[in-house]
Design a protein around this ligand. Structure first.
Ligand code: HEM
Ligand code: MYR
Length: 415
């Protein structure tokens, strides 16, 4: 049996929080291995990156998700009792519920709402002062996703719900007040949506057929039961929160257009170039750092032993920056996607493998579609300037929020 390289520190939790996105990659480079062991949250943990590792990680016979996610992540980002922690037939059933919401027609409807919202906002930005793109996109997506999902949201509540949804995303990997804000936000948002689910079920808040609210409120599990209303709320939040989180990728896309201005012309009226640009934004920029699972039954892989119950972390960011998969990974080069088949285990910013069979992100198509629309809108519907500001990415923070939200000025309508 080969000896697995070991991180020698007695516990690396703080090192992980400090090193951020580069924690696993730095150690893989140091040990010359895409597998190593360490201790995180006081427990032995195996860290992995790369294509073969991703393929292994998404093998349901070898890994489970029950008890894999640290509690601090469940209490902020994902909630408890939702699809992320399920395995086997229960997972297949719950995942099918999510995938049934993602029809091409529904994705198109969401995109149309977003484009309409964009046009209305450009008119408001024109002649106004500086605009923080990230903050604006957050509120826009909050309005749009609630309208799309069948969730009533009075104008007076947009700011509050947008702040809550962002607090959950910002909380899982930080200590102190920002973490506690995320917990409180989840508590409040789950109450709001559990109440709405209840009113929908009794007919007081009817939901249009096919919307996320209707599908989740009416879903029957493998035993024919409705979901407990708190779990239904967790699942509805699993639609609202991540659609709003696409604001971060959109802001990164705007940053990439600023740093690589030649692409402003290339993406104009060119769907394929826009697709390559968006894929490179998803590959290059730091967002969801790692996925977590536990060994379901002991096995050996590449000469290394994986004991039952061991927590395993797959480096999503590190796989997207793996030097053998992506030549010169630290360069932003959308043309690398020209003529390249997008492999399910190589480009994994939203997880790998199959959407139905495994835990790969249910919202990947929505994310790509909304990002493409944002890029097209940025280059065709408006002109703007980017004043001097600190645009450096901070890879030590998870998530690595766009610096200052990317402020733009002198917005003029075009097109
Ligand atoms: C799961 C990332 C947008 C819904 C995931 C996973 C990642 C991810 C890394 C976990 C993969 C794993 O555990 O193996 C992202 C990123 C997004 C995004 C970076 C960009 C904003 C969305 C959107 C939706 C969504 C727009 C829904 C409309 C989900 C759901 C799961 C999931 C329901 C759980 C899937 C399962 O456990 O089977 N996402 N996501 N995500 N995502 Fe996303
Ligand atoms: C979503 O809302 O589900 C999509 C975007 C969330 C990005 C969150 C990034 C920080 C997460 C650190 C968690 C570590 C998981 C083991």
């Amino acid at each position: 049996m080969a000896t697995m390289p070991a991180d020698r520190s007695p516990d690396s939790t703080l090192a992980l929080l400090r090193a951020g996105y580069r924690f696993i990659g730095e150690r893989c480079e140091r040990y010359g291995s895409d597998v190593f062991k360490t201790r995180i949250l006081l427990a032995p943990t195996i860290c992995l990156r790369g294509r073969p590792a991703a393929e292994l990680f998404y093998d349901n016979d070898r890994f489970q998700r029950a008890t894999a996610m640290p509690l601090r992540v469940q209490r902020t980002l994902t909630g408890r009792g939702g699809v992320q922690g399920l395995d086997g037939p229960e997972h297949s059933d719950r995942k099918a519920m999510f995938m049934s919401i993602m029809t091409p027609a529904a994705i198109q409807r969401l995109g149309q709402l977003f484009d309409d919202e964009w046009r209305a906002r450009v008119a408001a930005w024109e002649g106004a002062g500086p605009v923080s793109l990230y903050d604006e996109l957050g509120r826009m997506l909050t309005r749009v996703v609630c309208a799309w999902a069948g969730v009533p949201l009075p104008a007076s509540q947009v700011e509050r719900r947008s702040v809550e949804l962002h607090a959950m995303i910002e909380a899982p990997a930080v200590l102190g007040p920002r973490h506690w804000r995320g917990r409180l936000a989840r508590y409040r948002a789950e109450h709001w949506l559990a109440d709405l689910i209840e009113r929908t079920r009794v007919g007081f808040a009817p939901a249009p057929a096919g919307t996320a609210l209707a599908v989740i409120a009416e879903h029957r599990d493998v035993r024919g039961n409705l979901l407990p209303r708190r779990i239904a709320a967790v699942e509805l939040l699993n639609v609202l929160r991540p659609v709003v989180a696409v604001d971060q990728y959109m802001t990164f896309a705007a940053l990439a257009l600023h740093d690589h201005p030649a692409w402003r012309e290339r993406v104009r009226d060119d769907d394929e170039a826009t697709e390559h640009f968006v894929q490179e934004v998803r590959r290059y920029y730091p967002f969801f750092p790692i996925a977590a699972a536990r060994v379901r039954r002991s096995f050996d892989w590449q000469g290394h032993h994986f004991p039952r119950g061991r927590r395993v972390l797959l480096d999503l960011y590190g796989t997207n920056h793996h030097p053998t998969l992506w030549p010169q990974p630290e360069l932003f080069r959308p043309e690398r996607f020209a003529g390249r088949r997008v492999d399910p285990f190589e480009l994994i910013p939203q997880g790998g493998g199959d959407h139905w069979a495994g835990h790969r992100c249910a919202g990947e198509w929505i994310t790509i579609d909304l990002m493409k629309r944002a890029v097209t809108n940025l280059v065709t519907t408006m002109r703007y300037d980017v004043p001097v500001q600190n645009l450096a990415l901070d890879l030590h923070r998870m998530p690595a929020l766009p610096p200052l939200g990317l402020t733009i000025i002198n917005v003029r309508r075009a097109g």
